[in-house]
Design a protein around this ligand. Structure first.
Ligand SMILES: [Zn+2]
Length: 345
């Protein structure tokens, strides 16, 4: 469905790029030193309950073709080594993925591979090749299958999810809305409290039929295969905690253990990092440096200009189906240009 707002954005995007305003704008604002670091989570061929984390594979392919024809695409590791004082003719692009979803291997990797494009995937290592799943997927699985649980199991779910978060299950429909309400509530509680919920309901999740066959996260053999072939891996902690909500000792463990786990598997240094849920502060920069990370990405929006931003506070532009496609299938260059303009102000 094309909304009035989307048509406006498209029109703006066409004007911005079509009449070469983009070239003039970038040179006026001296943005030639800039890098656009794109962030993705899931590259999908099927609907997912959080559209704000997904990009349809067809749209992703269209985006890659467009970027490939217009921009230089660097790896994040090259950015770390780049001579930041060298001006370049146009903004340069870097591709990154957060969390380590399995669809990065099944859907994103084939599209990157045929175009020979580099990308970095940030891994939360406690979830790679394990039975654990990220807490929002865990909550979704539990909520979606609520009626299939026994009364005793439902009592646990009621106590540790609905009552604890003060959400009335029956009042919110459809199920996607219910899960999103819970996810948004959980974002406001402490990592400690969230971990208690996870520990209580994870066994129930694994008792649901078919969840075993439907693996959500990458495993190490997939990581190793991609690692030899244009794909780099960065740290995203072990347990995906809110880093501003844990002790310094735990923070150091998360940084060090995650890096070691990846390096042991891919036999290459891991030098890049992304903050889980973007939660970070300047006090973390020296610790990242101490543990061998050379740069870190946030979830702040914007253009990265090395002369202006700290290398441990790199902004990115998050790309979803909705942000760069009108019909959910085709990539829209106009909407891309709108996103670019909006995010580099
Ligand atoms: Zn994450």
């Amino acid at each position: 469905m094309t909304t009035y707002r989307q048509r406006l954005k498209q029109t703006f995007g066409y004007l911005f790029s079509g009449l070469s305003f983009d070239t003039v704008y970038y040179s006026r604002r001296n943005l030639h030193y800039g890098y656009v670091i794109l962030s993705f989570h899931k590259i999908v061929t099927e609907p997912y309950f959080r559209p704000q984390m997904t990009l349809a594979r067809d749209v992703f392919a269209g985006l890659l073709d467009y970027l490939h024809s217009r921009y230089e695409i660097l790896s994040l590791e090259q950015l770390a080594e780049h001579d930041v004082d060298t001006p370049h003719d146009a903004i340069k692009i870097v591709l990154t993925f957060d969390d380590g979803y399995r669809d990065n291997y099944t859907n994103a990797y084939p599209e990157l591979k045929i175009r020979r494009l580099p990308a970095t995937i940030f891994l939360s290592t406690g979830y790679i090749g394990s039975q654990r799943i990220l807490w929002w997927d865990l909550i979704d699985g539990i909520v979606r299958n609520y009626t299939s649980f026994s009364l005793a199991d439902r009592a646990i779910i009621d106590a540790f999810i609905f009552n604890l978060l003060k959400v009335q299950r029956a009042e919110i429909r459809p199920v996607n809305n219910l899960t999103n309400v819970l996810v948004n509530k959980i974002k406001t509680i402490s990592t400690h409290d969230r971990t208690i919920i996870e520990e209580q309901v994870l066994p129930l999740y694994h008792s649901i039929k078919n969840t075993h066959g439907n693996r959500l996260m990458l495993d190490w053999s997939e990581v190793v295969e991609m690692s030899g072939d244009m794909i780099n891996f960065g740290g995203h902690t072990v347990n995906h905690p809110n880093l501003d909500d844990i002790s310094t000792a735990t923070l150091e463990y998360e940084l060090m253990q995650c890096k070691q786990a990846i390096e042991n598997k891919i036999a290459r240094p891991v030098t890049t990092f992304a903050y889980p849920s973007g939660r970070h502060s300047a006090t973390m920069y020296p610790l990242l440096h101490k543990h061998g990370y050379r740069l870190a990405c946030t979830t702040n929006s914007g253009l990265y200009q090395p002369s202006k931003e700290n290398i441990y506070c790199i902004p990115r532009i998050d790309i979803t189906t909705q942000s760069v496609s009108v019909d959910g299938v085709n990539f829209s260059p106009a909407l891309w240009n709108y996103q670019l303009f909006k995010n580099i102000q």
